[in-house]
Design a protein around this ligand. Sequence first.
Ligand SMILES: [Zn+2]
Length: 84
Amino acid sequence: MANIGRPKKIQIDPEQPTWICYNCGMKYGSFKVGTATWHTDTCGVCGETKTCTEPRDFGYLLLGWKEKYGRYTKEINEDSSKSS
Ligand SMILES: [Zn+2]
């Protein structure tokens, strides 16, 4: 399969959230946001209600964003319940 219009170096995750906030986009996106249409919504990465836009505006999220974010939240939630 050909990756039409995408540089090979950048690994885009096939799973993208619907909306993403500025902070998460800057952390996990493949480039800095340029023109974007912002609105208040639930960020698909951090889950907070923030000013969000489409992952596309950050060049889509890089492969492994979930793992990176998961590692980050684990540290925060280390003493809260780990109920499954
Ligand atoms: Zn976020």
